[in-house]
Design a protein around this ligand. Structure first.
Ligand code: NI
Length: 179
């Protein structure tokens, strides 16, 4: 019997200034619970609809320590093609503290980008949606995406990491087009 298709659920995305984006999110006690499975599926729908490459639960008004992300194919970046991944209660270890600056955007600051300096080599530990441990290393752009999403769990938005706000602006004004 074919599985009944779940209806798409597009959640509202909180924008900068919403108090839920400014607080430390709570650990998830049971990654396998139906509520968590549902939230993860809804976050995937929401991220794809936006569209974006990463989303943290606090951005959809759920103060829980879960993020989803992927790294698109074809990007000339380390980690390109990394599949859609869910990290529950993630922990990050910096494996090389040397910082590199790169452009970041965020669905909670629609239309804007800014340059953020971050470590380019990290270790990641988390649980997946089956409650199994995940452990891997990430470098370059992949490491940047994970750190950006992780920051949302601690109430940090990328402008709070910027040292030179002159690079913060609207994509459309900076490039003359919208992507
Ligand atoms: Ni973000």
């Amino acid at each position: 019997m074919p599985q009944r298709k779940r209806a798409l659920a597009i959640l509202k995305i909180a924008r900068m200034g919403h108090p839920l984006l400014m607080r430390v999110a709570d650990p998830i006690e049971d990654p396998t619970s139906p509520d968590v499975q549902r939230l993860a599926a809804d976050m995937v729908d929401t991220m794809r609809d936006a569209p974006g490459i990463g989303l943290a639960a606090p951005q959809v008004h759920m103060p829980k320590r879960m993020v989803i992300y992927y790294v698109p194919e074809g990007r000339d970046e380390e980690g390109a093609g990394h599949p859609l991944t869910t990290l529950i209660n993630p922990e990050i270890t910096v494996l090389d503290p040397a910082l590199e600056s790169g452009a970041e955007g965020c669905l909670s600051l629609p239309g804007m980008i800014g340059a953020v300096a971050r470590p380019q080599h990290i270790g990641v530990k988390a649980l997946d949606l089956k409650g199994n441990p995940l452990e891997y290393e990430a470098t370059g752009y992949h490491a940047r995406v994970i750190q950006h999403e992780y920051d949302h769990l601690d109430g940090i938005l990328y402008p709070m990491r910027m040292t030179d706000l002159s690079s913060l602006g609207y994509v459309q004004e900076m490039t003359g087009h919208d992507d």
